[in-house]
Unconditional design. Sequence first.
Length: 614
Amino acid sequence: MKRYIPLIVAALAILFAASTLRLPPSKSAFDTEGFGTMPILVNGRIKPMDTVARTTLLLLQNTERFKRPDGTRLQPIEWLLDVFFRPELADTYQCIRIDHPEALALFALTEADGNHFKFSFNQLRPGLTELERQADLAAEVEAPVRSPFQREIVKLRERLMLYHRLKHSLQLPDSPDFLNEVLQFQEALPAGVAAARAKSTGEDSNKADFDKILGFANRFEFMTTMAYILPIPPAEGAASDTEWLNIGRALQKTFETQTLDPHVMAYAGLGHSYRNNKPEQFNEIVRLQTNVMEARFADRLDRSHVEFRFNHARPFFHASILLVVAFLLAVVSWLKWSEVLGRSAFWIAGVACVLATAGIITRMWLESRPPVTNLYSSALFVGWAAMVLGLVLERIYRNGIGSVTASAIGFLCLIIARHLSFGGDTMEMMRAVLDSNFWLATHVVVITIGYSATFLAGFLAIVYVARGTLTKSLDKETADALARMVYGIVCFATLFSLVGTILGGIWADQSWGRFWGWDPKENGALLIVLWNAVILHCRWGGLIKQRGLMNLAIFGNIVTAASWFGVNMLGVGLHSYGFMDAAFMWLMLFWASQLAIIALGSLPLERWRSFKQA
């Protein structure tokens, strides 16, 4: 019976992965799925409304999950609908995170007034003037030297500004019935434009008509400057399909065209039906709007549908769950039922790898880019490559070690990616200098594989040290197998790091006119190559044996983390992405942990619980 257990476990893992593709049943009478798939333009990228809802919640509160004050859980798109069309209700939602107690003091609030450090706009409203003053003072200080209070104040102002802009995206928050206001504008437009033209030429004009149309113009001007999203697609025959407009600008153009854009009427109708609880009317407008978009932007709508399902499937989150299970089973397999649990762990990690692969491929298709375009995607790819290499090792050696390291690195990288997603849209527009699919597919992918391999070698070495010093399970056969694994992976890492660094130099020569400039990121890449070369030369020259090989490989984790994240925090160089205080703390802790493990691995042989290996 035991031989069937791994197959049963694999089948259950596959069923779990397949279940993530099913959309949860909607509890709302409104067609939130149809509204969530509507394509819009935000920050240079066309994306579905659902993505805007999720990324905005991440920016505001560091999580996509949201509950109303009464405990009712809302989907992100339902929260966004309330922000758009019921702003007076959304202002009561506690969705704006504040972590620093001094920042709370500005609003005369305490932690007890919030919901897990989250507060509503209404709670913060009385202190907005003081917040603005403090934020202006903090802005005068360079980011790397700001105090924790100043960093929190600047971040809070950005969050509140984002929320404020979101409320002005599809209607005016102070308008009790924006559809009626738009209809009144349409009715007053001919007389108002005629009065404005007469006034400009010095002719007699109707002052009432002129004042009325001027009032509309002033209100729409505020929407034009404040709106966060651009939901109005370009007109027929536009030079570019990226010339989208926000609602305010589309209404302003009405003064020129004398014709109200039907998309403006559609969104105003959606707001009216949602505010007045008319789901049938809302759903019909969504259906008609979808048909209109499909006729002109079928490819955009297809991508929006795929991205909507991708958002709900959350492949990387569910892969991380499987990786935890695989890691635990693989570790237990060293103590009992090694064959059964080891094979089960391998299959579960394999399913997790397939999930991560599907997620990365989907992102590539949505972006029309290679797999690595920013720090977030680099974390995904580093974890994925380490998983693949670890599973290959497990397939060869069948001792659970490959599954343990594949699961551990994959899970840690997915956690890193999760925290990097708090910065907003992870499929952001590329910086101009990086806008090259060829170099992204060659230099970036190759050098990122080098990162993965170096980390894998380091984590294999950690397994060696942990099993040798903390348990009695490191026999000579296992130690020799680990030594072969580490040596082979270091060779692999050296090759890819070297080739990736050379390709980066060629790209730099094309982009900046020099092959090498001692930029911190370039130095970090070179350090990885040199450190892997040091490991190989020390081994070839007999300067180190197994324990020395392992300690040097573990130090490779420190070197790789410095190149991957450390140089981005220096605030200098062409590759710097800015100082991140939270990431800096975790980087220091990671380095400290690796040094502690090296110290553990350097203990005298008599302190090792397993066999005494030179």
